[in-house]
Design a protein around this ligand. Structure first.
Ligand SMILES: NC(=O)c1ccc[n+]([C@@H]2O[C@H](COP(=O)([O-])OP(=O)(O)OC[C@H]3O[C@@H](n4cnc5c(N)ncnc54)[C@H](O)[C@@H]3O)[C@@H](O)[C@H]2O)c1
Length: 253
């Protein structure tokens, strides 16, 4: 098992991609702190033994809470080895309809500042432990593409990519790798919002394989990236997107 006895924190744990990452890390031998907004949402993990997984209610927009989450992981399992900053939210709204007072900050605070909080808290923990570590951020191919309706989301994910590069540079001397993964369209509650808009079939046909990426496929890539097999991958964003960013859709109508 690639992650035997490693301790990982995963934020956005109760969501589609977070749950899949946690399942995969557990099968690879890791011990996990599953963190999400509410204790209620975290009940999905209640059947997993406490020597394998503990839950932690956190709002990643609050640095003190993120710091406490990291400390809880080290106190519970001995040390932190892997930090996965995965929590994220979206906003689908044309830019001209934005409320500039209320629409920018919520997405930015979770997707950008939340990842920043995780990077700093985990980096300090690794430095204080004197151990190597890996920080993995969930970005999106929307960081690399313009898209209608998702202005704040794309901007926040572009920030994730740059934070990944800068943190990798600053943390390399203490033996910490920092990477990001960029999914395309993954079948999770976040993507299912398109169903309510009546756009599900439309966007499915835009996919090269005519199907969405599964959360487990993202989890497989993450498990590799946080393992020692990926030691030479650092300071970059790895696309796991079914090639979504490479094509102007629809492909053949
Ligand atoms: N689903 C996709 O198509 C897709 C594509 C690219 C990137 N992503 C990214 O993947 C990550 C996971 O998304 P998902 O698709 O699993 O979505 P999801 O909505 O299923 O899960 C997101 C989780 O984050 C949690 N969360 C939200 N705000 C939080 C906060 N302030 N503090 C702590 N937790 C918070 C939610 O409670 C939820 O459980 C996100 O960063 C998202 O932007 C998703």
């Amino acid at each position: 098992m690639r992650l035997n006895n490693k301790t990982a924190v995963v934020t956005g744990a109760a969501g589609g991609i977070g749950q899949a990452i946690i399942q995969k890390l557990l099968t690879e031998g890791a011990r996990v702190v599953a963190a999400d907004l509410s204790a209620d949402a975290l009940k999905v993990f209640q059947d997993i033994p406490a020597d394998k997984l503990v839950t932690f209610a956190v709002d990643v927009t609050d640095f003190k809470q993120v710091e406490a989450m990291v400390k809880h992981a080290a106190d519970t399992f001995g040390q932190l080895d892997i930090m996965i900053n995965n929590a994220g939210i979206g906003l689908a709204k044309p830019l001209l309809d934005h409320d500039p007072v209320g629409d920018f900050d919520p997405v930015t605070n979770v997707n950008q500042k939340g990842v920043y909080h995780g990077i700093v808290a985990a980096g300090r923990q690794f430095r204080d432990q004197g151990t190597k570590g890996v920080i993995m951020n969930t970005s999106s191919v929307y960081a690399q593409m313009a898209a209608e309706m998702t202005f704040t989301y794309n901007v926040s994910k572009a920030a994730v990519d740059m934070m990944t590069k800068c943190a990798a540079l600053e943390f390399a001397p203490i033996g910490v790798r920092v990477c990001a993964i960029a999914p395309g369209r993954v079948d999770t509650p976040m993507l299912r919002q398109y169903e309510a808009l009546g756009l599900w079939e439309h966007i499915r046909k835009e996919q090269m394989r005519n199907t969405f990426t599964q959360p487990s496929e993202i989890a497989d890539v993450v498990a590799f990236l946080v393992s020692d097999e990926a030691n030479c991958i650092n300071g970059c964003t790895v696309n796991a997107s079914d090639g979504f960013e490479n094509f102007k859709y629809p492909l053949l109508g």
